[in-house]
Design a protein around this ligand. Structure first.
Ligand code: G
Ligand code: G
Ligand code: MN
Ligand code: NA
Length: 248
């Protein structure tokens, strides 16, 4: 409860910041950045999002927080040459009434091309109302937004979801990338998701690339995009802008 009070004041006090982790193509060219929230609290120190997002999710706070993230992502998009920004949306944000109108309003009124704004959701967000989710994603895509399915492979009915929904990008969960070098099962799953994505014309991003060995194995497997500490940790907006302008 205490965290909730601190969190609701954190926005006004400027204690939140957004960091950006590059997403790179095969030649290490930067195609986008994932926006990740950080809370630097004078009271609690650095609070990881895994700790405060679930708390925010329990109340309306998630909407306030989410809007702040959207606006910060928009600021970044206006300063970078052409890359996209991938913004995480939690299930409750996605279920919000008028979600589509809300996001469209914020992004287009800022004069930002929706084609550079990627909406990252997990299978959990769509699971409880598949019909409604399909409608929302279809509308967003019609408006030109990019849609990514995050943590792919860890949710329910994965294959059903990619058949049913309009998606631009599949993000292979880092647990599979991590297991690739050790287990035949993980390697096989990574390979098949890469092929599936390719066959369906989707971008596939392997998450959690931590070693050169993983990077090479993913390249060999035909993976088009990668993200992880080996390539870059999440960095602040100024550093991201420099990378974006340099391109690699
Ligand atoms: O950055 P880190 O790996 O610690 O993030 C942990 C979790 O918090 C991830 O699952 C990530 O998706 C989530 N997260 C990070 N930033 C945001 C955000 O801006 N909004 C939402 N809803 N989730 C976020
Ligand atoms: O759930 P989601 O995929 O949005 O979570 C992204 C989280 O993964 C971020 O908190 C980010 O800090 C973290 N992350 C990014 N790259 C790596 C990596 O190479 N290894 C690990 N362990 N975590 C990573
Ligand atoms: Mn994510
Ligand atoms: Na993920």
């Amino acid at each position: 409860r205490q965290i909730e009070t601190g969190l609701s004041e954190a926005i006004a006090k400027g204690e939140l910041k957004l960091v950006f982790q590059p997403i790179v193509g095969r030649d290490l060219d930067i195609t986008g950045f994932e926006a990740l929230i950080r809370w630097c609290s004078p009271e609690y120190g650095m609070v990881p999002p895994a700790m405060f997002i679930p708390i925010a999710e329990e109340s309306q706070l998630i909407h306030e927080l989410g809007d702040w993230v959207i606006d910060e992502a928009i600021v970044a998009l206006k300063t970078w040459p052409g890359q996209y920004v991938s913004v995480n949306f939690s299930p409750r944000q996605f279920r919000r009434q008028n979600f589509v109108a809300h996001v469209v309003e914020r992004v287009t009124s800022a004069g930002v091309d929706p084609g550079r704004f990627q909406i990252e959701i997990t299978e959990t967000a769509i699971f409880d109302n598949v019909e409604r989710a399909a409608e929302i994603l279809f509308k967003l895509r019609q408006m030109g937004f990019r849609i990514a399915l995050d943590d792919f492979g860890t949710g329910y009915s994965s294959l059903y979801n990619i058949r049913r929904f309009a998606l631009d990008c599949l993000k292979i969960d880092r647990s599979f990338v991590d297991g690739m070098g050790r287990e035949r099962e993980s390697a096989a799953i990574v390979h098949s998701v890469i092929h599936l994505g390719r066959a369906l014309g989707m971008e596939v991003v392997a998450e959690g690339v931590e070693t050169d060995t993983q990077l090479q194995a993913l390249r060999l497997a035909g993976c088009s995009h990668m993200q992880g500490y080996f390539l870059s940790r999440p960095i602040d907006a100024e550093d991201a802008q420099m990378l974006a302008e340099r391109g690699t």
